[in-house]
Every structure is written in C-alpha cells, then in structure tokens.
Design a binder for this molecule. Structure first.
Ligand code: CTP
Length: 425
C-alpha cells in the first residue's frame, strides 16, 4: 500500500454531520453503480490544514450527471447540470456540492480553455494547479477516507509550499500565477523554489488570458481576508504590473486596506472599496484602459471613475470657506464607496469634514416643495421649475430655508423678481 493515510476522523471532526452522511451515502450509491467517487481539491487541502471549508467538490469515475440525479432525489436537491463538461451542482438546505466526471485536460495553446475527455482520478489530479490542491479522498466503502496523494501535496502542506505539478503549468493556464500568490499569502506558505523560477519565467503568459478571467482572479483576491498581502507580493514579482504598469501595492496601500477594514467591523469590506484604493493613483487614461481591459461591470467601473472624479476635486473640497451647497454640487451623484475611498486617501482635515458632512447629512437634504407643488401654484413646466428647485435645494443646504414656509417665501420672491425682470426688459 503506497499510501495509508486515512482522513476519516478529520472528516468527522471538521465537516458538518449532514455533509459527512451525504458523502458516505454518495460513496455507497456510486459503488452500487460500479463507479468510484472521491472528494477532491481545496476541501482536502483544508482538511489537512485543519481549516473550515464546506465547499465540497466530488469527482466520479463514471457519469457525474446521472449520479447527481440519483443523489438529488434522495435529498430533494436543486440540480444544475452542464452537459458539455459533464458536471452538476446539487443544492439543498444551505449546502452546495459540485460533482464532476473525472477527466484529463489538454491545452491546444497557452491560455486557451482546455479540451477535456473522461479519464481516471489520476488524470484528474494531474490536470490540477498545485500539489496542495491535487489530492483526493476516496469515498468508496472499503476504502473510505483514504488519501490519494500522487504529487506530494501532504508533504508540501507540511513544508508550507505552493508547488506546480509540472514545468508547463503556468504556460497552460497563467491564471495560476495569480492563484499561486493567493494561496501563498492566504496560507502563509512560500512558492517552492522551482515554482518561483517558473512563475518569473512565465509572467508574460498572463497576456494569453482574457481580461474577464484576469478580473475573476482579481475579484477572488479582493475577497480574501488580507488582499493587500497578495497585491504586495504581486507587486514585488512584477505580476501586478501586468494588470497595469502604473499600479503599485506598497506600504500606503497596505495601510489604507487596513483602515478600510476598520470602517466596517461587522460587514465584509466591499471589493469596490479595495479596488478604488488600488486604482487611486492612476490617471484618468490609465483608469479607462484598466476598465476596458478587465471589463469591469458598470457598478464597479462607476466606483473607480467616481473616485478619480472626486480626487480631481480635492483641492476645491479642501477650501474651508466652502458652503454646503458647493460641497453638494461637487459630490452629488457620486457613489458612496468612491467618497469613502477619498475619505481614506485624503490627508486634509477640511476635506474630511466636507466629505463626512455630505455622507452624514447633505446627501439626504431635500426641499419640501416638489416639481408638482410648483406646477400646482401655476409655474410652467420646464427650465423655470428646474431653476426654482435648484434655488430651494441650495437654500435648504445652506440653512436659509428650514421648512415649507421658508421655501414658499423663496418662491414668492423669485416670482416677484421674475416679474420685475420681465417689466424691465
Ligand atoms: N483548479 C486548477 N486550476 C485552476 C483552477 C482550479 O487546477 N486554474 C483546481 C484545483 O485543484 C482547485 C479546484 O480546481 O483546488 C477547485 O478550484 P477553486 O474552487 O477555484 O479552488 P479551491 O481549491 O476550492 O480553493 P479556494 O479555497 O480558493 O476556494
């Protein structure tokens, strides 16, 4: 027996009883169909690390979709299938389990999505990114809990190393460059020496990956607990510059990411806030390049653009004489995350005060009179109403109107001056 490690007790200790029972039942059912079933990937790594992970990935030497339907009925689970890849997802209660057919992969050219064909668990493990992610646990009764570790993953976990399985790994799929840094920093591991050499050699392969796939990797990084560690390492190795040459991840960014986390002690820091800080020092042109390269969705692109828009107005916002209505005009319509990013980035006490005033108060200010009330008192629809509403907003913001009566006074005055102007002209 080349490998006698059995993870049954880790499984029972670390995974919820309902999932353990599900895995046992699945192994049994697969075996009755003369198929072998395995737990694979990140969850096996995390079982060995003693870290919580309930994202089960199962691989079957057989037919994943058929098996998923059989398993799904016993759990009354929602089943989603991808016949092209022969994969399925089962969802019930709060659980989600991915089921795939064991496969081998070949890459027609660097960065292309792989061609796949059904294979054995050995093939399936060999197609994976790093040794620590290329282990499986057998779920077949009789071999239940046995660790399949053909590439020394357990040993690498012991030595805290991220290691590729072969010399072409980053060429086949350069998203692994980003992934390697994500695992290295998350787990406090190191890139194994040869892997580090391959990564440096293959950095240019990042150009073979579509912007959408790179953006996905960036999103995964921004969802990590300490994204700044990954970005900093990417900066050191010249990987960050492949996103955009002007991006920097030095001590300023580390500091700002920490402060961003302190803002929301209970909620997770939105990826958009991290992104706004990461791109904070980029010029308008650089920002536009990055947005079109990574194809950010509208909401994220708006945050990045608004952050730059506010930054370009920071000098005006630092003027202590600024009236609330002027602050309002400078910030109105900006995303609140972009304002937060500028609050974190700017050092001026006055600017802070103005940004905070907008967030806490000014953005909620609204006159009591509306366009409709103005129409009802006989003001013709069109630019006049717009002009009066603007006056009312400003009066409210600057404290010249505090209630409906004050506003009516302002409208009366406006009407009188309007008439006088007409008589004069
Ligand atoms: N994988 C790979 N190459 C990639 C992406 C994924 O080999 N470019 C394999 C790895 O074996 C990985 C598994 O697919 O473990 C599942 O991928 P994913 O869900 O992205 O990662 P997890 O290992 O589950 O890790 P995480 O903790 O980041 O969720």
């Amino acid at each position: 027996m080349p490998n006698a490690v059995n993870l049954t007790s880790e499984i029972e200790k670390q995974l919820p009883a309902e999932l353990v029972e599900f895995m046992q039942m699945s192994g049994l059912l697969a075996s009755s169909r003369e198929e072998s079933l395995y737990l694979v990937g990140g969850v096996v790594r995390d079982l060995l690390l003693g870290q919580a992970n309930v994202d089960l990935d199962l691989v079957v030497e057989g037919n994943a979709i058929d098996l998923a339907y059989r398993l799904g009925t016993t759990k009354q689970a929602k089943i989603t299938t991808h016949p092209r890849f022969n994969t399925a997802k089962l969802q019930w209660n709060n659980w989600s389990v991915d089921l795939a057919t064991a496969r081998s992969e070949t890459y027609a050219k660097p960065g292309a999505l792989p061609s796949v064909k059904a294979g054995t668990i050995e093939n399936d493990l060999f197609r994976r990114d790093f040794t620590i992610n290329a282990m499986a646990v057998c779920l077949t009764p009789g071999h239940y809990g046995e660790l399949i570790d053909l590439h020394g993953g357990k040993n690498d976990i012991g030595h805290k190393l991220v290691r590729v399985l072969h010399g072409k790994s980053f060429i086949d799929d350069a998203t692994r460059i980003w992934r390697s840094l994500r695992y290295e920093q998350r787990l406090d591991f190191q890139l194994e020496q040869n892997t580090l050499g391959l990564l440096k050699r293959d950095i240019s392969m990042l150009d073979t990956i579509s912007g959408d796939r790179i953006r996905h990797e960036l999103e995964l990084i921004l969802n990590e607990r300490y994204p700044e560690k990954v970005l900093r390492r990417a900066g050191e190795l010249g990987v960050l510059a492949k996103l955009h040459p002007a991006l920097k991840a030095e001590s300023w960014l580390t500091e700002k990411f920490k402060e961003a986390r302190q803002l929301g002690s209970t909620t997770t820091t939105p990826a958009g806030l991290y992104l706004a800080l990461l791109t904070y020092n980029l010029s308008n042109d650089d920002i536009e390049h990055l947005i079109s390269y990574l194809r950010f969705p509208k909401a994220l692109a708006k945050i990045i653009r608004d952050t730059e828009g506010i930054r370009s107005n920071l000098q005006s916002l630092a003027d202590p004489e600024l009236a609330p209505s002027q602050i309002y005009r400078l910030l109105y319509g900006s995303s609140s995350i972009a304002i937060q990013a500028n609050l974190l980035a700017s050092d001026s006490v006055v600017t802070h005060r103005h940004l905070q005033l907008f967030i806490d108060k000014l953005r909620y200010v609204k006159p009591a009179l509306t366009g409709n009330t103005l129409k009802n008192i006989g003001i013709a629809a069109g630019p006049q109403i717009k002009e009066i509403l603007q006056l009312l907003y400003e009066a409210r913001l600057d404290g010249r109107a505090n209630n409906k009566q004050d506003e009516e006074e302002i409208v009366k005055e406006w009407l009188q001056t309007g008439k006088q102007n007409k008589i004069r002209s």
